[in-house]
Design a binder for this molecule. Structure first.
Ligand code: PEP
Ligand code: MN
Length: 337
């Protein structure tokens, strides 16, 4: 951080600011210009309370140099983070595709969906048992029963499962069944929940909040990483904009930008990012071309009967076509499917 003093700051004020910085165990480098003095802070200054420092007499402004997150940053960890989940490498050369329905609706539905996405080449299965729905009158998920059906589908197909955990109370139960815990967009800044999934040591798929910046997403990832849980996947799922033709606006920038800022694997959710099944395949191709490490896609055996997110759900046939059309894009950017 750089502290810029006011042009008329006295020597006493400059020294007081330097002492305050040194009280954190940091060092100060003085740079005295013809009009202003600048104090360069030497060391990891994320511990400084900046709101206090700007109040000190003679201080004009603070210019941060370090990013507010550390463990999630590429500076801290230059190589890509790569980890395995049941033999599937995440963040490596191969693009990982997670597919399945928005919600587990019945045993038959999830077993059929799992089999169909497996046949089409998906690597993992998705399905919500606890659903964050805007309306309390909408289908809320099957809860524990849904988790049991999901597990059965996983055992039958060999696909690891990704499912959402909505609160701390149900975390132990969800963690028993899930291979990856999904933190939904609405919970991206539920800090106690981030603490808890950090402690769980289970892999986490962290979705970007619908009104969150990339920096806020990385700060949320930092919460999980500080507990020694390094298996975190960042997921762009669309943000709120003025556009209403699509459900959200998928921020394609997020893929290369997050790869630049962070070493963590980056996935894209083209289903929630668009809200329209017709757009899911082209946006999936764009995501892979832009450097995403994986995709999470909603597939339902019968979207016309889906209890949630039918409009954005692909039929198994369309998902199979997507997988075939995605392979040459992956190859074009030096990846495989
Ligand atoms: C979901 O994956 O079904 C979901 C609810 O996602 P999001 O939190 O991104 O809205
Ligand atoms: Mn959904």
């Amino acid at each position: 951080m750089i502290v810029v003093m006011k042009p008329n700051a006295s020597e006493e004020q400059i020294q007081k600011v330097a002492q305050r910085i040194e009280s954190y165990g940091l060092k100060v480098h003085f740079s005295r210009g013809t009009e202003v003095t600048i104090l360069g802070v030497i060391g990891d200054d994320r511990i400084i309370n900046r709101d206090q420092l700007v109040h000190m007499e003679g201080v004009d402004k603070l210019i941060p140099v370090l990013k507010p997150y550390k463990l999630a940053s590429r500076e801290f960890h230059p190589e890509n983070t790569v980890f395995e989940i049941n033999g599937i490498q995440v963040g490596g050369e191969r693009i990982v595709v997670i597919a399945g329905p928005c919600a587990v609706e019945s045993r038959e539905q999830i077993l059929e969906a799992a089999q169909r996405v497996k046949e089409a080449g998906a690597h993992m299965l998705r399905g919500g048992a606890y659903k964050p729905r805007t309306s309390p009158y909408s289908f809320q998920g099957l809860g524990e029963e849904g988790l049991r059906f999901l597990k059965e589908a996983s055992e039958l197909t060999g696909l690891p499962v990704v499912t959402e955990v909505m609160d701390i109370q149900t975390l132990p139960l969800v963690a028993e069944y899930a291979d990856i815990l999904q933190i939904g967009a609405r919970n991206m800044q539920n800090f106690p929940l981030l603490h808890a999934v950090g402690e769980s040591q289970k892999p986490v798929l962290l979705k970007r909040g619908m009104s969150s910046t990339l920096e806020e997403l990385l700060m949320s990832a930092e919460y999980i990483l500080t507990h020694g849980n390094h298996r975190v996947i960042l997921c762009e799922r669309g943000i709120r904009t003025f556009e209403n033709f699509t459900r959200n606006t998928l921020d394609i920038n997020a893929a290369p930008a997050l790869k630049m800022l962070s070493h963590l694997p980056v996935f894209i959710d083209p289903s929630h990012g668009t809200g329209r099944w017709e757009l899911v395949e082209p946006v999936s191709r764009a995501a892979v071309a832009a450097g995403a490490d994986g995709l999470i896609i909603e597939v339902h055996p019968r979207p016309d009967q889906a209890l949630s997110d039918g409009a954005q759900s692909l039929t198994p046939e369309r998902f199979s076509a997507l997988m075939q059309n995605l392979a040459p894009v992956a190859q074009a950017v030096g990846r495989s499917l």
